[in-house]
Design a protein around this ligand. Structure first.
Ligand code: DAH
Length: 344
């Protein structure tokens, strides 16, 4: 019996040496050590042994089992390590591969300019106000000192919805709305960005819908010099320290005196070029001291407070700032145009 056990060990170890693969290793385990395996089969014969022989054979049996088990365990461990190594190889991440580019959206250049102007004025202590785009004739014209049949209404051809309701032609009605909402309290310091509508034929410099930013400051002793200083400050923050302004007398029904403001041409630095038509100046906004009658209609006593106001076209500022030659670029949403502003 001892010889049979030794032979079994030799056979098993021999076979295990040549094992190829996990499956075969399992098969061999069953074949030699399983409940119906070869070793059990031999040891079953122990019943017929003498009392002296039994422990000796039992010990040999245990040794054979231990020897086979240890080789199987060894092989098993090798397979485990191989498997782990294979998994690691498979799951390796190449950190040098280029990333996947996600197309990111960007702020529209017009909104960028609005945000920039808002930031400048908020930095000067202004708040941002809003008003409706569908406006009454009263707020859009009448309260701004433009009574019905006033010839200056012709300057702003309007989209009327009814006789009394129209698409606002300017952001100036927000001046009146803000003043009324303040109930005679001062100071007022607001800017109001928003869309306005006019019956214009679209071309390189005109659009039936465009954006304006209105400004209004009301308080005791507000003077023309405050207006001028404010606008110079704004222009230098917007276009650079070298920018200067010049005020030209003008007319608006809601301001007296009124002025149009030019800024040093950003293209040529004031020397004269095609963009500024050789003048060195570019017109950027209208402004003035708020007309006493407008203050009254806003609920203020013109003997106690004075006010300045200004209004500018956002598209025009954007054209000048970025050297764009056609306002329609802003509305056609051509990505080749828009993408140029994505990283600015
Ligand atoms: N509302 C004027 C326009 O659309 C612009 C303007 C001029 C606004 C003078 C003002 C101002 O507040 O004082 O042409």
């Amino acid at each position: 019996m001892k010889e049979r056990l030794e032979a079994l060990r030799a056979e098993a170890l021999q076979e295990l040496q040549q094992v190829a693969g996990q499956q075969q290793l399992n098969d061999l385990r069953v074949k030699y050590l399983g409940k119906k395996g070869a070793l059990t089969e031999i040891l079953r014969g122990m019943g017929g042994l003498s009392a002296e022989e039994r422990p000796i054979i039992g010990q040999v049996g245990n040794e054979v089992r231990a020897a086979i088990e240890s080789v199987i365990e060894e092989k098993q461990e090798a397979y485990r390590q191989e498997e782990t190594a294979a998994r690691l190889r498979e799951e390796t991440i190449d950190v040098t591969l280029p990333g996947q580019a996600l197309p990111a959206g960007a702020v529209h250049p017009l909104n960028k300019v609005v945000q920039e102007i808002e930031d400048i004025f908020v930095g000067l202590g202004y708040s941002v106000a809003e008003g409706p785009e569908v406006e009454t004739d009263f707020f859009n014209f009448e309260a701004l000192n433009l009574p019905k049949n006033h010839p200056a209404r012709d300057m702003q051809d309007s989209f009327y919805i009814t006789e009394d309701i129209l698409m606002r032609t300017q952001t100036s009605p927000v001046q009146i709305r803000t003043m009324k909402a303040m109930n005679g309290k001062s100071p007022v310091k607001i800017i109001c960005p928003g869309k306005v509508y006019r019956r214009d034929d679209d071309d390189a410099t005109h659009s039936f819908q465009f954006n304006q930013i209105e400004g209004l400051v009301v308080g005791p002793n507000i003077r023309m010099s405050d207006l001028k200083g404010t606008l110079l400050q704004f222009v230098q923050l917007m276009f650079g320290k070298q920018a200067q302004i010049r005020l030209r007398p003008s007319f608006f029904p809601f301001t007296e005196p009124s002025a149009e403001v030019d800024v040093t041409c950003s293209q040529c630095g004031g020397h004269g070029c095609r963009m500024c038509k050789q003048t060195g100046w570019l017109e950027i906004l209208g402004c003035g001291m708020v007309h006493p009658r407008v203050l009254e209609m806003g609920g203020y006593d013109p003997n106690e407070v004075s006010a300045f106001a200004f209004g500018m076209g956002v598209e025009r500022i954007a054209l000048l700032k970025y050297g764009i030659d056609d306002i329609r670029h802003f509305y056609t949403n051509d990505q080749r145009f828009l993408n140029q502003f994505a990283r600015m």
